[in-house]
Design a protein around this ligand. Structure first.
Ligand code: RI2
Length: 308
């Protein structure tokens, strides 16, 4: 097994590489590196080794469909070639194209999303979404006077990354604990969050607690925006597949010996926000409603939409 593939999968599993966009790019890059490193000449062996490498990458984190879409994008068209050298060249090119387009998508979303930020807005964001932060930072760079509340996002506390990211940009930022969301929401104008997966019904799968932020925003009549590249849209959900909600180690929640062994710890790290709580999805192909997700998926994935 290619050691770059194994180490990339381990870093994704350990959240050394985290964030749905980053893990998608890491997965695609790992497929490209697999191709670069491959020394065999037998095509059947190549395809067997490629399938195994893709499986190792896809098993590293189950929820973010971006990883699945990134790895599949890097391998796209491999069934149409039958020589190892042609397949290697294709995978290397695909991987480079996916990474380039993915990074461009984040910049495009920042431009489009910043138009939904008005001067004087108070914004809330949850967890650490490079795409949502990109929108907020772009609005700040345009000179809009904004304030941001960032949630701590227990148990992994990605909010600490967010407040550091925003402070570097000079954005007026306040860290709050997750339990303060509904109290603070009365002072908030708009919420911008990222996405791990968006289903064909327009539901959002994102960091645990997102659905509570959305519910509090809905109650307070605060606009709730999702900032997501279209490679986070899930073709598998169109086939009725449920998005697997990852559960992680209890050591992320409690310290050793802190609670008796008889007490169980449940640590799901994503939840589902129903589409009716979502006012808009800001993508690189434009600001869309949750109801338009199928049409965008249709155009993006085409016939592959219903592959088994
Ligand atoms: P970007 C993260 O998951 C958060 O849920 C975040 O909203 C989402 O991925 C998207 O991140 P984790 O990797 O692609 O922290 O917007 O478990 O950076």
């Amino acid at each position: 097994m290619d050691q770059d593939v194994v180490s990339t999968a381990q870093e994704i599993r350990d959240m050394k590489i985290r964030g749905a966009g980053r893990i998608a790019r890491a997965g695609a890059r790992a497929v490209g590196t697999f191709a670069k490193n491959y020394t065999g000449s037998d095509y059947t062996d190549f395809r067997k080794d490629l399938d195994e490498a893709m499986r190792v990458l896809l098993d590293s984190r189950p929820t973010a469909v971006s990883l699945w879409n990134g790895v599949q994008a890097a391998a796209r068209g491999v069934n149409q070639v039958d020589r190892v050298d042609d397949a290697r060249e294709l995978l290397i090119r695909n991987a480079e194209e996916f990474v380039k387009e993915s990074e461009e998508a984040v910049r495009t979303i920042a431009r489009i999303g910043a138009k939904r930020v008005e001067d004087g807005d108070v914004i809330m964001t949850h967890c650490n979404s490079s795409v949502a932060i990109g929108v907020i930072a772009e609005a700040h760079r345009q000179g809009k006077d904004i304030k941001v509340f960032a949630t701590e996002s227990r148990p992994w506390r990605q909010g600490i990354l967010t407040v550091n990211d925003l402070a570097k940009e000079g954005v007026d930022t306040t860290l709050i604990i997750d339990s303060a969301v509904r109290l603070v929401m009365k002072d908030v104008d708009k919420v911008f969050v990222g996405a791990d997966t968006i289903t064909s019904q327009g539901d959002l799968v994102n960091k645990i607690g997102t659905s509570q932020v959305a519910m509090a925003a809905h109650e307070a009549r605060v606009q709730f925006y999702v900032c997501s590249e279209t490679y986070k849209f899930s073709p598998l959900s169109l086939q009725g597949d449920l998005v697997k909600i990852e559960e992680r180690e209890i050591s992320e929640v409690v310290r050793p010996g802190e609670i008796p062994d008889s007490v169980k710890v449940y640590n799901p790290v994503f939840d589902v926000t129903p589409s009716y709580y979502i006012d808009g999805i800001i993508t690189e192909v434009g600001l869309i409603s949750p109801g338009s997700v199928y049409d965008v998926m249709q155009r993006k994935f085409g016939t592959e939409l219903m592959t088994e």
